[in-house]
Design a protein around this ligand. Structure first.
Ligand SMILES: Nc1ncnc2c1ncn2[C@@H]1O[C@H](COP(=O)(O)OP(=O)(O)O)[C@@H](O)[C@H]1O
Ligand SMILES: [Mg+2]
Length: 254
């Protein structure tokens, strides 16, 4: 079974950046195969990795719902949908990327969702690692039948508001029927020393800090130049922090 690493937290705190750097680390460590799932409807994991994404699972779903009669004659609709899903999977040297894309519109999606969920669950079985960049509701994770997440990384910036979002997500885990092995807190854009109010709130939430990432100017530079974070120098502060994070994650989930 694949090892599932998932990221969650408020928008803008750095989930996608960390996700990209986790992929970078796994690639550098020769860990493969890896499936990256971009489960945020405002998907941009591909962008941070320099990958052009032109289709998502959401597009397949909406296209099918708009025109259910569009299945080529003589073809089973399950086979047809699976064929379209194969086209959504982006295969890279270091990892594959599946972009979930937009959320569903109005209508009854049960049938198409069941087919798509079954496809992604079967697909996931082929990988050693599954790395999921989530939106705050973690819908993609809660849909999977096993609900298994080996390592849940909750990301916050150095602000109490980010921490409150972390608390909400952490409180929601049971309700979502997620079977989470380990939970760790990542404090992104952290100062050298964390203040008492912030640390008190972390303790109150009860999720241990697994990693702090300093502000890294190289990220802004790469963003402006639209360069892939895979190309960040190995000694950039954010890369080194995520390498350290992954060493700890490996200790937890092996
Ligand atoms: N440690 C950091 N140092 C500097 N900039 C950062 C850092 N982490 C994230 N950023 C920047 O913050 C913005 C939001 O990050 P992003 O990873 O897209 O957040 P999220 O996925 O949580 O919405 C991006 O422009 C990113 O480059
Ligand atoms: Mg994001």
């Amino acid at each position: 079974m694949s090892k599932v690493i998932a990221l969650a937290g408020k928008g803008g705190v750095g989930k996608t950046t960390v996700a990209a750097l986790i992929l970078r680390h796994l690639a550098e460590s020769g860990e493969s195969p890896v499936l990256a799932v971009d489960a945020d409807p405002n998907s941009n994991l591909g962008e941070t990795l320099g990958i052009d994404v032109d289709k998502s699972v959401g597009d397949v779903r909406e296209g099918f719902m708009k025109n259910p009669q569009g299945v080529p004659s003589g073809m089973d609709k399950i086979v047809y949908l699976e064929m379209l899903m194969h086209q959504v999977l982006i295969e890279q040297q270091a990892f594959d990327l599946l972009v979930m894309g937009r959320q569903e519109g109005q209508g009854c999606y049960c049938m198409v969702n069941n087919i798509l969920n079954r496809f992604t669950e079967e697909l996931e079985k082929n990988y050693k690692y599954l790395m999921v960049d989530n939106e705050a509701g973690m819908e993609h994770l809660s849909r999977r039948t096993s609900g298994k997440v080996d390592m849940l990384l909750l990301v916050t910036d150095y602000a109490l508001r980010g921490l409150r979002a972390v608390k909400r997500i952490n409180d929601m885990l049971e309700e979502l029927k997620l079977n989470v092995g380990q939970v760790g807190l990542i404090v992104n854009r952290a100062p050298k020393e964390l203040g008492k109010a912030f640390l008190d709130e972390c303790e109150n939430i009860g999720v241990p800090i697994i990693c702090t990432i300093p502000d890294d100017g190289a990220l802004l530079e790469f963003d402006m130049e639209q360069r892939s974070l895979m190309e960040l120098p190995a000694d950039s502060a954010a890369v080194m922090a995520v390498d350290g994070l992954m060493n700890k994650v490996a200790e937890y989930i092996g």
